[in-house]
Design a protein around this ligand. Structure first.
Ligand code: PRE
Length: 291
């Protein structure tokens, strides 16, 4: 069998790469500059598998991933993993004494540190980057008056030092990552216990009518199917048109899910299964760094 090829949101030193290293047992790893370019590569068959961020405990869903999976590509989530996220403020070791006038990072990382930035760097300009590791690269190149919010791998990889550590606003910071494929392929993953099996479905309502969401939820509720997440996103066809992404806390089966699907179809709704998959919670021990 050919070696597994796994694409991820790069460059080296992103949280996504950290998640990839924690999950996979060998393979070739290919960094992409953005979530869409990573998912496009799977769509074209250039790589078999991609890992992209899905949801953060502080900032919520990564809408770019959800929307791209819903509208742009035809891929399935085949596994998910949750890892701890520790954000640090990184600077160039040879910077001059100039104060920090600009902070670079991914929008989700900035959001996870909003209160910190507001308190300690209220005047700093925020510049969003495609990933936290990209932010670290920019600070390494620019040197003076700039800082990046990123992890310890990006610090090591870019020769940056820690101006402050663990700057995320809430301690319990975790991000869920989705492992996606277009054509089912076996995956060689490390021996982690599966914490549960989940199924993600996308439900589209025909139009806004009274009690529509209640009826959708009732189809799951009376079958005693536990939902762990529901999120509405715009259909992008006009204001007021939404689809719902629903995580069900059980694997797909041939009785309950087809039953829900038939019931929703009778209401004029469409249900598409985005994936049924094992969920892993992986604790990545973080080295202690002094600011
Ligand atoms: O920029 C990174 O390092 C990423 O892997 C992306 C990402 C995200 O999109 O949420 C992943 C985890 C953290 O929540 C912050 C950024």
């Amino acid at each position: 069998m050919s070696e597994q090829q796994i694409g991820y949101l790069g460059p080296q030193g992103t949280f996504t790469k950290m998640a990839v290293d924690a999950l996979f047992d060998g393979g070739s790893f290919i960094a992409y500059e953005s979530i869409p370019s990573c998912l496009d590569a799977v769509e074209r068959g250039e790589i078999g598998t991609a890992v992209v961020p899905l949801e953060n405990a502080i900032e919520g869903s990564v809408h770019l991933t959800i929307d791209y999976l819903a509208h742009q590509v035809d891929q399935s989530i085949i596994a998910e993993l949750t890892v701890p996220i520790k954000q640090h403020l990184l600077v160039h070791p040879a910077r001059n004494g100039e104060e920090i006038r600009k902070v670079y990072s991914h929008s989700h990382a900035i959001a996870q540190c909003h209160e910190y930035l507001h308190k300690h760097y209220p005047n700093a300009e925020i510049e969003y980057t495609a990933s936290t590791a990209k932010a670290a690269e920019l600070v390494a190149a620019e040197r003076d008056g700039v800082a990046a919010i990123a992890n310890h791998l990006a610090a090591e990889g870019n020769g940056l030092t820690f101006l402050d550590t663990n700057i995320h606003d809430y301690d319990n910071n975790h991000t869920r990552f989705a492992v996606v494929q277009k054509n089912p392929q076996t995956l060689k993953v490390k021996d982690h216990p599966v914490s549960k099996h989940k199924t993600t479905v996308m439900v589209t309502l025909p139009k806004d009518y009274v009690g529509a969401l209640h009826q959708v939820l009732a189809a799951f509720a009376w079958r005693k199917m536990n939902l762990s997440k529901i999120e509405s996103r715009p259909m992008k066809t006009g204001l007021g048109n939404y689809f719902f992404l629903i995580d069900v806390d059980q694997p797909y089966d041939q009785v309950l899910f087809p039953g829900v699907q038939a019931e929703l179809q009778a209401l004029g709704c469409r249900l598409k299964v985005i994936g049924t998959y094992p969920s892993y919670q992986i604790d990545i021990p973080a080295p202690v760094h002094k600011a």
